[in-house]
Design a protein around this ligand. Structure first.
Ligand code: FAD
Ligand code: SIN
Length: 537
């Protein structure tokens, strides 16, 4: 087994990973690993944009209070203040790197700020409806040109390596990670004093999701196996409006469409969200998604409608070119008629506990972006706050690492060879696929927008059995990328179910019919198990 050395190891090349890598390259060599092509991840698909206070009629205090209000009393105010306050400087950094945000046609000196649910002001900077693509392409070009950054595509991180797992004395610390090089099929190790988890989200744990295939919760599963605490895993955000079409793979229709006057209506044309919240279609997402779910169930309809047909085709083609043309390709002209939409799993508000500088409780291991739980989102993320968090925390994390990495020496540590044991090549790919589908269906059916004690118990039993089977494959067969991802997906499913069972109330994104009230005191759900390590499934 090959062991490589790098001053910094960044796992994941979304907005968080790229930002950290670009900042760290001023201090040493960076190995930036990602499990598929470098541009693939949730960031690439971001539409609405980045929330940031850019207008004099808006204020940081108002952005903070909107975030706290959406977060159902579970956000940490100091984290919110730091991240919201760090926004303007990071927007300036992005612009220095060549990212262009849209400006108003009538007043070109001003940004064209979008509006989304739960925001009291227009404050979402965007690049049309392809903000994420603009960010990734812009930052990736810089990373590719940077001589201090080595980009390793198709490297799937299997687990982080810790001194405790190796059996070394002293405080448990992280010294690198194991990877499957998907091109050669080899397993290799990277040794590094600073490992950054920037692995993004976990939407694929649900049958219907806006997330791309890479979002299998690997970072949360790795950190949990390494013995780190994970927090608020039950708080899964369902985006209210994904296109309903058998071939659309839950294509997202940005909340910005509602910000420009899009209405949510049922099949009779009734604007039902006002029955649930006076802010109507621009209420925070937990409320709109639940309203849609409840109307669909009550009326027995498989979808509701998003109607922006009061805007003409010219406007829609200019403001939402990708959305407009994608809907048209599926047979829906947004300028002429309402479009069928359904909620789908979108964002994980919980994750690996980390501070706003990405520090976890383990020296040498950092977590930034969607994988981290910094306290910003509380029980429900305010729209467009996650790109903000990714760039602010990645920047701060790079600064924190620059100060601390030399305190975690790794040169003398021998990373054990990967133990193949008696593993044989798997002929059982069909079983992996079956379990993969089953995890996602169980989660959708029993741990979705509306939960109950009985459904959660049923999900817990099924996921437990599936994890037993995975444990067996993992011991008996050579690891494949599908098996590694299934192992993570099932681990994360279990963490979500356990956390949901733990929360005996309804708050923000977590709604349990058996516990419909919100308790007087807001508490985090924290799962902190004993470390397992690379060979534990
Ligand atoms: P990602 O961008 O998801 O990157 C994760 C990286 O980790 C990828 O490179 C992936 O390959 C890699 N990776 C994962 N596991 C491994 C592993 N085991 N080994 C190696 N590499 C690994 N938020 C907003 O604020 N505004 C928006 O407008 C917005 N729109 C969205 C639209 C869609 C359709 C989606 C899905 C999300 C949207 N979000 C939006 C959320 C936001 O895009 C994400 O939360 C954010 O981009 C996450 O960035 P990240 O860098 O943490 O992760
Ligand atoms: C959207 O454009 O609706 C997504 C915004 C977000 O997830 O923050």
């Amino acid at each position: 087994m090959q062991t490589r050395d790098s001053d910094f190891l960044v796992i994941g090349s979304g907005l968080a990973g790229l930002t950290a890598a670009l900042r760290l390259s001023a201090h040493g060599k960076v190995l930036l690993a990602c499990k598929r092509k470098a541009d693939e991840g949730n960031t690439r698909y971001a539409q609405g944009g980045i929330s940031c206070v850019m207008n004099s009629d808006d204020s940081l205090d108002e952005h903070v209070s909107d975030t706290l209000r959406a977060g159902g009393c579970l956000s940490e105010e100091s984290a919110v203040r730091t991240i919201v306050g760090g926004g303007p400087a990071q927007i300036a950094e992005l612009e220095k790197l060549g990212i262009q945000f849209a400006h108003r046609a009538d007043k070109p000196e001003e940004y064209d700020l979008g509006r989304e649910g739960g925001h009291s002001h227009r404050r979402v900077l965007h690049a049309g409806d392809v903000t994420g693509k603009a960010l990734i392409e812009g930052l990736l070009a810089h990373a590719q040109a940077d001589p201090n950054i080595t980009l390793a595509e198709n490297w799937l991180a299997i687990d982080v390596v810790t001194t405790g797992w190796i059996g070394l004395p002293g405080k448990n610390r992280c010294v690198g990670g194991y990877f499957l090089d998907k091109t050669s099929g080899e397993i290799l190790a990277v040794r590094s004093p600073a490992t950054v988890l920037a692995t993004g989200g976990l939407g694929k744990v649900y049958l219907y999701t806006s997330n791309p295939d890479v979002a299998t919760g690997d970072g949360v599963a790795m950190a949990w196996r390494a013995g780190l605490p994970v927090r608020d895993m039950e708080l899964i955000q369902f985006h209210p409006t994904c296109l309903y079409h058998p071939d659309a793979k839950s294509f997202l229709i940005s909340e910005a469409v509602r910000g420009e006057g899009g209405r949510l209506i049922d099949r009779r044309g009734h604007e039902f969200v006002y029955d649930f919240d006076e802010r109507g279609a621009l209420a925070p997402r937990d409320i709109t998604a639940r309203a849609i779910d409840s109307v669909m169930k009550k009326q027995g309809d498989p979808f509701v409608y998003l109607d922006i047909s009061h805007r003409d085709a010219d406007y829609l083609q200019t403001r939402f070119p990708t959305l407009y043309s994608t809907c048209l390709n599926f047979g829906f002209d947004m300028a002429l008629a309402p479009v069928p939409v359904v909620p789908a799993a979108h964002y994980s508000c919980g994750g690996v506990i980390a501070d706003v500088d990405g520090r976890t409780e383990m020296p040498g291991l950092y977590a930034i972006g969607e994988v981290a739980s910094t306290g910003l989102h509380g029980a429900n993320r305010l729209a467009s706050n996650s790109l903000l968090e990714a760039c602010v925390c990645a920047h701060r994390c790079a600064e924190a690492i620059a100060q601390a990495w030399k305190n975690n020496p790794v040169a003398d540590i021998a990373i054990p060879r990967w133990e193949y044991g008696d593993a044989v090549s798997s002929e059982e790919a069909v079983l992996v696929e079956h379990n993969w589908n089953e995890v996602r269906s169980v989660m959708w059916d029993y741990v979705g927008i509306m939960r109950s004690d009985r459904r959660l118990q049923r999900a817990r039993r099924r996921i437990h059995t599936i994890r037993e089977e995975i444990r067996h494959y993992y011991k008996e067969y050579l690891v494949t990328s599908d098996l590694i991802e299934l192992r993570n997906l099932a681990a994360v499913a279990e963490l979500i179910v356990r956390s949901a069972q733990h929360r005996k109330e309804s708050r923000g994104l977590h709604y349990n019919e058996d516990w419909p009230e919100m308790s007087a005191t807001a508490k985090h759900t924290i799962i902190h198990d004993k470390p397992g390590g690379p060979l534990q499934s």
